[in-house]
Design a protein around this ligand. Structure first.
Ligand code: PLP
Length: 373
């Protein structure tokens, strides 16, 4: 395929994946765990030995993501957390890691436990203090999340990359590779929970890492560890993911339009205290978001409704189209009262996290309209 081909085309064509054997225009699902050798004991296909390391379906999904991310190499994992763990496991005992605070709760909780067990010096800092801390703490690894979940804080990837020689890992799940290609802003490794917008249909758990520093020691450790320790995505999940990603740019475009319109509506509503969404000019990170997100600001927003925890839960309970469930980035809109899930982390009691889907925007606004009155 032509090198200048655009993301919508790469995605729609699944980076050229077809089934040469049947002539099918979509790739076949091949669940085999092991692969044949001929009579002379040569592998029938040199690149297929055993499915912990090799699978056509996995390579097809990775190739779509690699092209969308504009990366040299991409690895899929069985979950977003498995991808994050693969990065942290490369750190030697005694190393220092700077991790942004107020990010995806699973990341904060797991890195605390892991770093304590491995005697890794974990420095958690707010997005606003990252630059200063990168200078003073001399970390081996810096892990940021932009936009962050559920505060929607934006971090200037290039500014952090310029400020540190540490390996910079960016969790860009809320942006997807359609809106932000983090490697182009100086990230060493970009990570996504593909469970979210990348798959977008709430039916596959997966995580992904991509890099432009293929030969770097840390990337080679990740490659070997994934293969030998077996954190691999199965062929069926990879096949489903490849199918889902055909519409990724289209879904992200609609979700971003819907989220922008809903954020503007909510901000103007009397029963609302504040809305966190990078696409709002009132948002603190709007200027950074404009620099490093193109084509929209994503599907995730948080709203502070006026009143108490009970008021927030009443609004959440009255919503009819926004399903009450965790997660984000699916075609169906979701809401979550984060304080109920993580009451000890300082999440405001009146914060409702919203993942905006691809439904009709009039229907979505009408649902909030009835829930807020
Ligand atoms: C969901 C999520 C993760 C974890 O991904 P899983 O696929 O659930 O393991 C990591 N980071 C962010 C920002 C997420 O939203």
């Amino acid at each position: 395929m032509n090198k200048d081909i655009k993301p919508a085309t790469i995605a729609a064509h699944a980076a050229g994946a077809i089934d040469p054997q049947s002539g099918g225009v979509v790739p076949a699902l091949q669940p085999s765990t092991t692969y044949l050798r001929d009579k002379g004991y040569d592998l029938v296909r040199q690149d297929n030995v055993y499915s912990r390391a090799d699978s056509d379906n996995l390579r097809q999904a990775e190739e779509v993501l690699r092209r969308l991310e504009n990366a040299e190499e991409t690895f899929l994992f069985p979950s977003g957390m498995a991808a994050i763990a693969a990065v942290f496991r490369t750190l030697p005992n005694g190393a220092t890691a700077v991790v942004q605070s107020g990010i995806y709760w699973g990341t904060s909780a797991w890195t605390r436990e892991f770093c304590a067990r491995r005697e890794i010096n974990l420095v958690e800092v707010d997005a606003d203090d990252l630059l200063a801390t990168c200078n003073s703490a001399k970390p081996a690894l810096v892990f940021i999340e932009t936009p962050s979940n559920p505060w929607l804080k934006t971090v200037d990837i290039r500014a952090i990359a310029n400020a540190t020689s540490a390996t910079l890992v960016v969790d860009a799940t809320a942006a997807t590779p359609v809106l932000t290609r983090s490697l182009e802003f100086g990230a060493d490794i970009v990570m996504h929970s593909a469970t979210k917008g990348i798959n977008g249909h709430s039916d596959v758990l997966a995580g992904v890492l991509s890099t432009n520093a293929k030969g770097a020691a840390i990337w080679e450790m990740i490659r070997d560890d994934r293969k030998m320790a077996g954190a691999i995505l199965g062929p069926f999940e990879a096949w489903l993911l490849t199918r889902a990603m055909r519409t990724l740019p289209l879904r992200v475009e609609r979700m971003s339009q819907n989220a922008q319109a809903l954020a503007e509506y909510l901000l103007a509503h009397d029963a609302v205290d504040d809305v966190f969404y990078p696409g709002l000019p009132s948002h603190k990170g709007h200027e950074i978001a404009k620099k490093q997100m193109s084509g929209g600001f994503g599907s995730l927003l948080s709203v502070l409704v006026k009143g108490s925890k009970e008021d927030a839960l009443r609004v959440v309970g009255k919503l009819q189209l926004f399903l009450r469930a965790t997660s984000l980035g699916g075609v169906e809109s979701l809401v979550e009262h984060r304080h109920t899930i993580e009451p000890h982390t300082g999440i405001p009691e009146n914060l409702i996290r919203v993942s905006v889907g691809i439904e009709d925007i009039g229907d979505l606004v009408a649902d909030w309209d009835q829930a807020l009155t």
